[in-house]
Write a protein that binds this ligand. Structure first.
Ligand code: ADP
Ligand code: ZN
Length: 737
């Protein structure tokens, strides 16, 4: 049996009949009073309560307020058989609700995002080793017993055991009557296999050892701290933080590792299994409903020592969370852009302060926020200077496109083409990076100049020749590629403008007819499995040229890749987004880091029309500290994050004039904002100005870091009553501003 962690004792208990305040996931902005059920209930208990004609899930938040006729109070129907929410979790949810101006009910919804919590535990048959010996040995039977012996005492479902042993279920069933295997009924939600922190990891290099030791000390102290673990991709950060996980498990506490991409979890699970002898629990959108319920319950019961997940895993009911790792902490996907708006990185830090845990933020290219927090002494910083083993960062050069005189239909300069040819001759791989899916970003009519735009957004439609369709990258709308211009009806004059990866692939195939070319773009693969297979084939196979989007920038290891060509290094620098420089810097360094991951030194060539641009120069020079210092100084001057506080208020609705009227009305009543010294900008079209037929406008609020902005915002937007068709969303710390 798995050793469950001992839950801390809960202090507040409500005897039968006393009034308790129950928070439900329903959109009511306060808790409701109920009578505690027979047997009473603890604070934090998950309960089922009547709400109108329905029964809904709720959580006992504290003592009821009363003040009404007690005989009218309804009683809690049922206390669920799951661990109560801990005090620290309640405080955490309240804090996040306050900070992001989200109703507490919405926070509870986030924290109970597991289906079937209200259902009684269903049973299933499990199988474990018995005393007897099989009457007749067969190869299949031996395999089954080997698996059971290897995992000592662990119970398997029929499918798990059959799959692990590689036999049909009938082989297992056949061993039951002989007493070789026990069959028993247990609740469906089984604990996870035991992770053994004492199992030896890889032998660490000197720098790794130093970093691992520092992290072990932090974890062992069982107090809050945050460490930025910085090191280029391949420097062995994962090995280092797995040591912190080992320490955490040895302390009997739970560990959470957040990854930005589901695609990366499979590889990571294998690594954890190699290191600790069992797989951790997984929590992300790809996990089945039944499995989600199991994870949720086992995390709460202590039957899951470690969870690997997406940002929402922060809201799992950990009983004793000792470590949170945020891998690729700079990644934009950590900012949730729908539902509750929060940055998982910041929330991880907040969560850790409530449960005295260690936070490790790992990245090759940390966010400016984290760098500033290190400089301010709030975070500790650990550096892994070089790559693990012999590999080093590639040499970087700019290719000045102004001197190349390229025709508008060509995207690979002659200089870059020569470099590719050279690699092919050496039997090495090249990566051509272009962060644009599809064939061409713009389709224009040569007869009338019309550009095909989405009917639902303000975005231009992107031609995907592979799919033979136009796709809106903003809202996902697609339509067939028309023969005639939708505006002037002239046929045969529609032409692509600019490159997407598909068009780049066309040029490359034409110019390198004998080369084997692979295109890695998320839309070209039906499933994560197909993508993984393609990545493996590139890593092991004879691909000469890889053409890829952002997808390739993350985490994959191509040992034979020695050249990276960035088709358009200027792409991310356009537009008014103040984070553009930071993002371009990070992305370029990550892509360049794909080259030379083994013994062979790599080269990265950046095609650019502005080689003098300070960001491009900093990338080429590899001057990270210089870049950050300059960027931080600029943000400080402008009073924007992380030095100032910003909030975006997005109003959306089907009628632009109506939305705009409300925006203007809000702007006219900015008194509550002025009281805290905040400035108001807008209303202006939001960064995504139209989605699925809804117009979106944005007001931006900028304030000093210490201003009580939440209170001011509530008072300010509270002045206006919104019509039903208009939605208001507050985004504290918006990604773009
Ligand atoms: P990062 O997380 O910084 O990208 P990883 O921890 O994934 O780096 O390490 C990169 C590669 O080097 C992995 O294949 C890993 O197994 C290997 N590696 C890292 N450290 C060691 C070590 N001490 N001994 C052997 N292999 C190592
Ligand atoms: Zn659209």
């Amino acid at each position: 049996q798995n050793a469950y962690l001992t839950p801390m004792s809960q202090t507040h208990f409500f005897p039968e009949g006393t009034l308790v305040a129950v928070l439900t996931c329903e959109p009511i902005d306060r808790s409701l009073d109920y009578k505690a059920p027979v047997g009473g209930c603890e604070v934090g208990a998950f309960v089922e309560v009547p709400l109108g004609p329905r029964k809904v899930l709720g959580c006992v938040w504290g003592a009821g307020r009363g003040g009404f006729d007690l005989s009218k109070a309804r009683a809690v129907s049922n206390v669920l058989d799951v661990a109560p929410m801990r005090d620290e979790m309640r405080s955490f949810l309240e804090k996040v609700a306050d900070y992001t101006l989200t109703p507490l009910a919405a926070m509870l919804r986030l924290a109970t995002r597991a289906p079937g919590l209200m259902n009684p535990p269903s049973m299933q048959k499990v199988y474990r080793r018995g005393e007897g010996q099989p009457k007749r040995e067969t190869e299949a039977r031996t395999r089954v017993l080997d698996v059971l012996d290897e995992y000592g005492g662990l119970a398997f479902t029929l499918k798990e055991l059959a799959d692990t042993a590689g036999v049909t279920p009938s082989v297992i069933k056949g061993l039951v009557p002989q007493g070789v295997i026990f069959e028993e009924d247990t609740p469906r939600d089984l604990p996870y296999g035991r992770l053994d922190p004492a199992q030896a990891g890889k032998e660490l290099s000197g720098p790794q050892e130093g970093a691992a030791k520092a992290l072990r000390i932090s974890v062992a102290s069982q107090s809050y701290s945050t460490t930025l673990l910085k090191g280029v991709t391949g420097s062995g950060k994962t090995e280092v933080y797995l040591e912190a996980v080992a320490e955490c498990l040895a302390q009997g506490r739970q560990a959470l590792v957040l990854l930005p991409e589901i695609a990366l979890t499979a590889e990571f699970l294998t690594r954890v299994e190699e290191r600790f002898g069992a797989k951790p629990a997984e929590w992300h959108s790809g996990v089945t409903m039944t499995e989600r319920r199991r994870v949720w319950k086992m995390v709460g019961a202590g039957g899951a020592q470690m969870v690997i997940g997406a940002r929402s895993a922060l809201y799992l009911p950990f009983q004793n969370l000792g470590l949170i790792v945020v891998d690729e902490e700079h990644d934009q996907s950590y900012k949730q852009e729908d539902g509750v708006l929060y940055s998982a990185r910041d929330m991880a830090v907040l969560r850790a302060t409530f449960c005295s845990a260690t936070v490790v933020l790992a990245s090759a290219t940390p966010s400016l926020e984290s760098w500033v927090n290190v400089e301010a002494g709030k975070y500790t910083r650990l550096d892994l200077e070089s790559r693990f083993g012999p590999a080093v960062m590639p040499d970087m050069h700019a290719l000045d496109l102004r001197s190349e005189k390229m025709p508008a239909t060509r995207f690979v300069s002659d200089a870059l083409a020569r470099a590719v040819t050279k690699r092919i001759g050496l039997g090495e791989q090249s990566l051509l990076f272009l962060n644009r899916r599809g064939y061409a970003p713009v389709t224009i009519c040569r007869a009338c100049g019309h550009q095909i735009a989405c009917d639902h957004c303000d975005a231009r439609m992107v031609e995907h020749r592979f799919l033979k369709r136009l796709v809106c990258h903003q809202c996902g709308e697609t339509k067939p590629m028309p023969e005639a211009c939708p505006s002037c009806q002239v046929e045969g004059r529609l032409a692509p403008v600019g490159p997407g990866v598909e068009r780049l692939a066309e040029e490359v195939t034409e110019r390198f007819p004998d080369a084997k070319v692979s295109v890695l773009s998320s839309d070209l693969f039906g499933s994560a499995r197909a993508l993984k297979a393609a990545i493996r084939e590139i890593a092991e196979g004879d691909t000469d040229i890889v053409i890829g989007t952002q997808l390739v920038a993350k985490g994959h290891n191509f040992p034979n890749l020695t050249l990276v060509g960035v088709i358009d290094a200027d792409l991310g620098l356009q537009g008014s987004d103040l984070r553009a420089a930071e993002r371009t810097f990070q992305l370029m360094r990550q892509v360049a880091g794909r080259a030379g991951r083994s013994e062979k030194k790599g080269v990265a060539l950046l095609q650019t029309y502005q080689p003098e641009h300070p960001v491009i120069r900093a990338i080429i020079a590899g001057d990270e500290e210089g870049f950050w210092r300059a960027e931080a100084a600029e943000r400080k001057m402008a009073g924007v994050p992380p030095y100032g506080r910003m909030a975006g208020i997005i109003l959306s609705g089907p009628d632009l004039a109506q939305v705009m009227d409300i925006g203007n009305a809000l702007a006219r009543r900015a008194g509550p904002l002025q009281q805290v010294g905040a400035q108001l900008f807008g209303p202006a079209p939001a960064p995504i100005a139209r989605v699925r037929g809804r117009h979106r406008i944005r007001l931006l609020v900028k304030a000093e870091k210490t201003a009580p902005i939440q209170r001011a915002l509530s008072a300010w937007v509270g002045q206006i009553k919104l019509p039903g068709s208009v939605r208001l969303q507050i985004d504290i710390d918006p990604q773009s501003f």
